[in-house]
Design a protein around this ligand. Sequence first.
Ligand SMILES: [Zn+2]
Length: 403
Amino acid sequence: MIFRAGRSSADVALLDFWRSHWRSQQSWVLDQQLRLARVAAPTGQEQARASLLASMLCEAGASPASILRDAVGNVSLRVSPLNRGAQSAPSLVCMAHLDTVFDANIALDPIVDGPIVRCPGIGDNGRGLAALLVLAHTLHRPDVAARLTRPVHLVATVGEEGEGNLRGARAWFDARSVHGDEPGMAIAIDGPGDSSIVHHGVGSTRLRVMLRGPGGHSWIQAGAPNPIHALGAFITRACAQSEPVSRALVVTVTRMHGGETLTSVPQEAWVDLDVRSTDAHRLERTRHALVQLAHVAASEAGAGGCPLDVHIVSLGERPAGMLDAEHSLVRAAVQATEAVGCTPQSAMASTDANVPLARGIPAIAIGAGGRGGGAHTVDEWYDDTTGAVGMERVVRLVLELVA
Ligand SMILES: [Zn+2]
């Protein structure tokens, strides 16, 4: 660890070099972010952006042979220490997701107004991908490579957003035996920001609750069990479990649909629920409770003798996990944040870091500098005014952990 107390003057000079280097390259970094953001990457269709990133990693000094494209579409690069003894040390895994929530037909024409860029996906996660490139450039420098104490994997993941269910990160950690070392810790680099440190991975379970009955004429079959009426009762009870202020558990009805005609008792209706918590056991208990509540609502609606059928469809699971604020990885992130003049903020979110956290591998998620807003909308914007500060935080943290 070269940048701790007792560091040599050569190490201090190296850090000073990278600090001033990336500050002077701020507009180049933004250009790389724009190149990536222009290529559509809906969840499940990340191939074009993955190919571009692979070629950009080669521009950063990686040999084509060191870049892997796995079966799900992740692009990963292992940077090996020059020191043989360090080559089998537990590795650091730096991830940034390739995918966006936007369909392929959404226009990705960045509008650049000074340091402000408007474009869907420019921050989430154009910024994180730009940070992977910055790390690739930094780690391939001979003076840095000579100091590496452990391997570093730079992983651009697919399937992070929405129904992607962290598919890329799961596949990468499932296949970790093929990567040549054991992952010792992980950092997900996601979106803009220079202060927050996510060490609580918000897990989620997503369900569709579907009720079906015989339906009928709204006058002639008046009183027939009504799936929409029953879902109304179900929703009221399901959402009563939610604790949005403490965030211990959040239950949200995100979509609903039902009914066939204006004048019929419906035959079918469904709701989708997004349930989130940082507590894996709480999530599991809530999932069971919601299934029971659906059955209760269905049988109450059919009290006249014809209960509604209940179908539950799982739409996704994201594992929850937490890392103690005193863990050395969180403390290193706190130090890197303070070193660039920002105030560290503990945060909770659902990111690729959930996957290693749920497997007992210490992990955090951080932003890659600048400010942003409107994420997951077509009005997303990114402000690069302070972008270099957060990018320096990322480089500092990684060098602190691996050099
Ligand atoms: Zn993101």
